[in-house]
Design a binder for this molecule. Structure first.
Ligand SMILES: [Zn+2]
Length: 575
């Protein structure tokens, strides 16, 4: 047994005191802090936020400490963790809340990974706590308190099967939270929200239940008895999946006043649907290289597009099955995804499986020219999943849902080999889909939109744009207009502009905002060079900008005429 205790004194210094108590499994065991967390395939170096550890710990590697102890000895170690960032995978301390993603701050005792553990949060007794971890509800004697600890009668103790279960479990302990719940398929599902002032969350409950019903039907039951959507309303969208819960950040500006059918409302549901689908895909069937997770280093897999893209595909399709989205609404969503992919220069050099494998290299501060070098395996993965599903439906008796059900039967208790998905498609369909994978997953062939959508009564169109474009992503920054990214093949790149250049004027017209750029471009002629003024490192540069048409295509995707195949593909779940 390993006992963890989180306590704190002054909340606004954002320092959480962590205490571990355990019996040393051998002499001088190592204590290891994860360098990444499942769900985000990127080294995040949580050790950077750790400070002032106890004297019996000696640091050996960037996230590894050696504990001075003899085998069998009862050991207590302490350290502090800075908890001042709030996202779906972080830890955040405030005056009325402690939100914890234990992967950030709880060290693993080498040799005790498989042992059960307790996690005590020394929060005031009148707070409430929400987590997928069961709570020890009987009275308990609190362990010794760290510096600045609260009264001895306060605290909540959670129980975990083992270290992996512990750190997969986000926790909200707070003075108050909004709480909804429903029962579906024998499971109780909670919607928990913080910072939701001014937002009516009740209207989300029924749609969430419909989505849960749809996904349960697909897999013939839910894989949990309880599930928690743990949400904070914040400044962006973000979600992270866990075994019996997920952590969400919902964008306040999109949610204020949002009604069913509005974009913010829809986005919330599609995010929840995506994370719920992960309860099967990723949390219970996952690549073999993740079993067990090595939290100390990168663990690349070519299957990330199946984990994320296929999840996005079924996440969105669940909204159709649940009767929340019409066929038209779904096709509009897919159209936007296709337009994003087809406007990405990197689609010409980076395959879907390579983007999956290289996920670990996408740290923005290290990946120069990300706008041109990277495609999202969520985005292309979802599109390829849709094309594969339609291809299966057109040419075989099977569907991609059959493939997922097959994977669920085969792989719920063991890891997926790198070619498991391809083999599952072949097994379930009885056909060889090697060519499809070679061309569209491992290769760079243009995706076969026309031939795949046509049998389903869906008309696909892709055309160039007439309007002139700068070929750069702009950002307003303290009254200045800065180039955030420069698109390969666009006018800005041809003029020699770089990201971080400040755009001052085009053709003698001051450009202080994006609207100024649009206006001046509207007055120019394709191919006729004009002067552009930009500042780089404090020096004003004069360059020639030759206006070009926007290189990103315009995509249309619409239902045309009656189609049984389309109705079957985009059907509602029978009530
Ligand atoms: Zn995901």
């Amino acid at each position: 047994m390993v006992d963890y205790l989180l306590s704190w004194g002054e909340p606004y210094n954002r320092l959480v005191d962590v205490q571990l108590r355990f019996t040393a499994p051998h002499d001088n065991p190592r204590l290891i802090l994860p360098s990444w967390r499942p769900g985000r395939y990127l080294i995040q170096n949580f050790a950077a936020n750790l400070r002032s550890w106890s004297g019996n710990l000696r640091k050996e590697e960037k996230a590894v400490w050696r504990c001075e102890a003899r085998a069998g000895e009862e050991v207590t170690v302490t350290y502090r963790y800075y908890a001042g960032v709030l996202d779906a995978g972080s830890t955040f301390l405030d005056a009325d809340e402690l939100y914890v993603n234990p992967s950030n701050l709880l060290m693993m005792v080498d040799g005790l990974r498989g042992e059960p553990s307790t996690l005590t949060i020394a929060a005031p007794a009148d707070w409430t706590i929400e987590s997928q971890l069961p709570q020890r509800d009987s009275a308990f004697s609190p362990p010794q308190r760290g510096e600045g600890a609260r009264g001895a009668d306060e605290g909540f103790t959670l129980l975990a099967r083992d270290y992996d279960h512990l750190i997969d479990s986000p926790i909200i302990a707070a003075e108050r939270m909004t709480r909804h719940s429903f029962v579906e398929g024998g499971a109780r599902v909670y919607l928990i929200l913080r910072h939701d002032e001014g937002i009516d969350s009740e209207p989300f409950v029924e749609p969430l239940q419909a989505i849960t019903r749809v996904q349960a039907a697909m897999f013939d039951g839910l894989p949990f008895r309880e599930y928690r959507f743990l949400g904070h309303v914040g400044d962006r969208w973000h979600g992270v999946e866990h075994e019996d819960s997920c952590s969400l950040i919902l964008k306040r500006s999109a949610l204020l006043g949002a009604k069913p059918g509005d974009e913010g409302f829809d986005h919330t549901l599609s995010l929840c649907s995506h994370e719920l689908f992960h309860a099967w895909n990723v949390k219970r069937m996952l690549p073999a290289v993740f079993l067990p997770y090595d939290y100390t280093r990168e663990v690349p897999t070519r299957l990330l597009w199946v984990m994320e893209g296929v999840t996005s595909y079924f996440g969105e399709l669940s909204l159709v099955r649940a009767g929340l989205w019409t066929q038209e609404r779904y096709l509009e969503h897919l159209r936007k995804e296709i337009e994003t992919l087809e406007g990405s220069p990197a689609r010409l050099h980076l395959s879907l499986s390579q983007a999956s494998f290289d996920a670990w290299l996408q740290e923005p501060t290290q990946t120069h020219d990300k706008q041109n070098s990277w495609i999202s395996f969520y985005n292309k993965g979802e599109i390829v999943a849709a094309l594969l599903d339609l291809t299966l439906r057109t040419h075989t008796q099977s569907t991609l849902e059959d493939v997922l059900r097959y994977l669920w039967r085969e792989y719920a208790s063991r890891g997926m080999e790198e070619d498991a998905f391809e083999r599952a498609v072949a097994t379930v369909s009885g056909e060889d889909y090697g060519d499809f994978f070679t061309r569209y997953v491992h290769g760079l062939d243009a995706l076969p939109y026309d031939s795949v959508f046509e049998p389903a009564g869906v008309t696909f169109g892709m055309t160039g744009r007439d309007r002139l474009a700068l070929g750069a992503k702009l950002r307003s920054d303290a009254g200045t207009l800065v180039l955030e990214a420069v698109v390969r093949g666009g006018a800005a790149m041809a003029a020699g502009l770089l990201p971080h250049d400040e755009l001052l004027a085009i053709d003698g017209v001051r450009t202080a905002a994006e609207a100024d750029v649009r206006r001046v471009l509207g007055s120019l002629h394709e191919g006729e060079g004009v002067e552009v003024l930009a500042a780089r490192a404090g020096i004003v540069q004069r360059r020639t900008l030759v206006p070009q048409r926007d290189p990103r295509p315009s995509v249309t995707l619409v239902a045309a005429g009656a189609s049984d195949l389309r109705d079957q593909w985009l059907r509602r779940l029978e009530e």
